[in-house]
Design a protein. Structure first.
Length: 364
């Protein structure tokens, strides 16, 4: 091949390369798999799913895997509708709350005006905005990581925020959500409640008052099913229909046969669900005191994690030291939060091991 031919081929390669979408991807939490590790970095539930989930899995008829699953996810939608006392036409399901939120971005964020979300948001928000070419503005949280409602008064294309916030764990009172809704009745307002079962009252109680409200939740945290990938949204039937129209436009069969069967059983066992979340709340209270005794501070946690900082130790160095001992927590090298660690609430035994190491590290 002559030099000119090589040059032409390189030029031709660049032509198609220029047509590839360039994005800065979301960075998921590390998923190590080491013996005897203590994994407190991705807010998974330290306890297994409801006992009935195991029973359904043990007796699952593998012949069902030959068939496509129900595209409407009817059994799971029905179980969720019954549990939350809403209509089946008010429930949307997806492959984890990330999938649900991404579809919501595609469905509702179609204005020339920017969408609004906090400057310390769930990290996926700016990624989706860039991916779907949605203009956005971030609104600074207060020093205590709470939302300032007047920041959301100006005209916008949509509003989305997490409560409890990830990664800060701050829970917004319903009065704050109602105020934002009152000033945004001509756009969709999405409340991302992935951790609500560890906090206070859900914004679900506001659905009858605001047709433009969409609430997104997940099975990954309180229902111990992060590995199954089940998320859902609840809102006005018109919003749910619009989301389904978008979903069916690119993937009709989002929920697997196993996800549907196991998800239904997880919803049914409310006694186990409430006992499990209560156990995590109790461990969280003990962990709060243990962190305080070691000199850490944190915003009042409303999730299954605590967002801690220490005046005398760099979070990045603590993160590295913990990691060397196979204790995994989450560190964000981002403005305003780069001296904080997000620590998932594990079992009592896991938390005791964490604090034993921290005491040893600080007493060197």
């Amino acid at each position: 091949m002559q030099g000119n031919e090589i040059e032409e081929e390189v030029t031709e390669m660049k032509a198609w390369q220029d047509k590839i979408r360039s994005v800065v991807p979301y960075t998921p939490g590390e998923q190590p798999n080491r013996p005897n590790m203590i994994k407190l970095n991705t807010n998974e539930n330290p306890y297994p799913p409801a006992p009935g989930v195991r029973d359904v899995l043990d007796h699952f008829d593998e012949d069902r895997l030959r068939l496509y699953p129900d595209p409407t996810a009817g059994t799971l939608v029905g179980a969720l509708a019954d549990y939350y006392h809403v209509g089946k036409d008010q429930v949307f399901t997806g492959v984890g709350s990330d999938d649900v939120l991404a579809i919501a971005f595609m469905t509702f964020f179609n204005s020339d005006k920017p969408i609004f979300f906090p400057d310390i948001p769930y990290s996926f928000y700016p990624v989706w905005a860039d991916l779907f070419k949605v203009p956005y503005e971030t609104k600074p949280l207060k020093e205590d990581f709470s939302i300032c409602p007047p920041d959301y008064y100006p005209a916008n294309g949509c509003v989305i925020f997490p409560t409890p916030n990830a990664p800060t764990s701050h829970y917004e009172d319903l009065s704050v959500i109602r105020e934002i809704l009152d000033y945004n009745q001509d756009v969709i307002v999405i409340v991302d409640e992935a951790y609500i079962d560890f906090a206070g009252e859900s914004a679900l109680s506001l659905l009858d008052d605001y047709e433009n409200l969409l609430i997104v939740q997940t099975f990954s945290k309180s229902r111990s099913m992060a590995g199954m990938r089940i998320g859902y949204a609840i809102g006005h039937p018109e919003l749910i229909k619009a989301m389904n129209d978008v979903k069916y436009s690119f993937n009709s069969y989002t929920m697997s046969q196993t996800a549907l069967a196991l998800g239904v059983e997880a919803v049914r066992d409310d006694v186990y669900f409430k006992a499990c979340t209560a156990k995590i709340r109790a461990t969280r209270e003990k962990a709060k005191q243990a962190f305080t005794d070691l000199g850490f501070t944190y915003p009042e946690p409303g999730a299954n994690f605590i967002f801690v900082t220490h005046p005398d130790y760099l979070a990045k160095e603590l993160f590295a030291a913990l990691r060397e001992k196979d204790i995994y927590v989450r560190y964000f090298d981002k403005p305003r939060i780069n001296n904080y660690l997000r620590v998932t609430i594990g079992t009592d035994e896991q938390m005791e091991a964490l604090f034993a190491f921290l005491k040893e590290y600080m007493n060197r």
